[in-house]
Design a protein around this ligand. Structure first.
Ligand code: FAD
Length: 383
């Protein structure tokens, strides 16, 4: 294995950002990636129907972070894309997050103002001062009927646990709108990269100081890596410490089984994402990728998502037991001086893409304060 100043495990957002930053400081960077592609979970490609699809689920970029927005604009053009999600409930398609239209459609009402929606919520929600679990958190926000129709079974499908078995924090953040805004996110910047995320990553990694080695698991070549200045690890933290030699200390994750189908029709559904919160079907949602960027093709590709315990680690399971296990690893990680744990798997934390960009940019700044300042200024003048 070749030597380098900076070794990075993983070519996702976290790894790519650190590679780019250090390469621009004149360091030789080597990225080791076990998959056969760059871009981590953001990876996308053109499928057999000529449609740009994401291998690991639809990825919608949204951020309020000015520095992240400036950073990503250096490597791709972005087009505005305000994502919308609809859900199939009682045979109707209704907007998510819950807003005035959702309530009007499901209950046959004609609410028009914010005041009326507030009043409806007040009359229907079940107040809990300090919700003890996910069920109480959801009832506190939306009340019994919406909870049953939209959240109870969806949560079971997503986590294989009913809301009462989960921390309040999991459902405490359900957004509820008191107006008719049907956008899924409310961030200042909501956009998609022209040509897709893989192309964006090609831009970030396009530097003579960066070498990417694909199809290589760090744990197979770990002993061959030496004389580096720093190693950044973006894989699962428990695997790094060999699970403390006990599978009792394996951190739990939920995964997704993506089942793709070609449909011989111009469109399958009216929106890119349709959620299925009911218990009548076992998938959580159907994505129709050609909607993103209004792609024109004869046929269409749809992907049904089934959440499972087996497979690639996607969602950390937020409960007290996993919190305690993660804490043990964090303390071990702190003892290492030239190894840094970055990104969603190494921090055992769900990060949106912008948080992953920010996390990596902030780490770089904290490690190289003088140099980072110089470079950040340089970015400001470029954009
Ligand atoms: P990753 O992208 O997971 O990168 C880690 C890389 O390390 C991977 O490529 C992995 O193969 C590699 N690796 C791991 N172990 C090893 C090893 N032993 N040896 C070599 N390589 C290794 N965010 C949004 O903002 N909007 C969205 O719409 C959105 N949708 C999402 C949908 C799904 C289904 C999921 C799971 C996530 C979604 N996200 C979304 C979050 C987004 O995917 C993450 O923020 C982002 O991928 C985090 O980047 P990362 O670099 O930390 O991790």
């Amino acid at each position: 294995m070749k030597n380098a100043d900076i070794i990075i495990i993983g070519a996702g957002i976290s790894g790519a950002v650190l590679a780019e930053r250090y390469a621009n400081l004149g360091r030789k960077v080597l990225i080791i990636e076990k998959r056969n592609h760059i871009a981590g979970n953001c990876y996308d490609y053109i499928d057999e129907n000529g449609i740009l699809v994401s291998k690991y689920g639809a990825h919608l970029f949204h951020t309020n972070e000015e520095d992240v927005w400036k950073y990503v604009n250096q490597f791709s053009n972005w087009y505005k894309w305000e994502h919308k999600v609809i859900a199939q409930v009682d045979g109707q398609l209704v907007p998510i997050p819950v807003n005035i239209t959702t309530v009007n459609k499901l209950f046959g009402l004609e609410l028009t103002s914010e005041a009326e929606m507030k009043e409806w919520l007040e009359n229907n929600r079940m107040p809990f001062q300090k919700p003890a679990n996910g069920r109480e958190a959801a009832l506190n926000k939306v009340g019994q009927v919406l909870y049953e129709k939209m959240f109870r079974h969806y949560t079971k499908k997503q986590w294989d646990k009913y809301p009462e078995e989960l921390d309040a924090s999991v459902l405490d953040r359900i957004p509820v709108r008191i107006n008719t805004d049907d956008r899924y996110f409310s961030d200042k910047y909501q956009a998609l990269p022209e040509g897709g995320y893989t192309k964006l990553f090609e831009g970030i990694l396009n530097h003579p100081n960066i070498e990417v080695v694909l199809n290589t698991d760090f744990f197979d070549i770990r002993n061959q890596l030496e004389n580096y200045e720093k190693l950044f690890y973006t894989g699962p933290i428990d695997r790094f410490f060999d699970f403390m030699h006990s599978m009792e200390d394996k951190l739990e994750y939920r995964s997704i089984n993506f089942v793709s189908e070609t449909v011989d029709a111009e469109y399958f559904q009216e929106n890119s994402v349709v959620n299925y919160p009911g218990k009548d079907v076992s998938f959580t949602r159907i994505i129709e990728y050609k909607h993103f960027g209004n792609q024109q093709t004869d046929k269409t590709t749809i992907v049904k998502e089934y959440t499972t315990d087996e497979g690639e680690p996607y969602y950390p399971v937020p409960n007290a037991k996993n919190g305690e296990i993660y804490e043990k690893y964090r303390k071990e990680a702190e003892k290492l001086t030239d190894v840094y744990f970055v990104g969603r798997l190494a921090n055992y934390k769900y990060f949106n893409m912008d948080q992953a960009f920010k996390n990596a940019l902030d780490l770089f700044k904290s490690l190289e304060p003088a140099l980072a300042e110089h470079k950040v200024n340089a970015i400001k003048t470029v954009v």
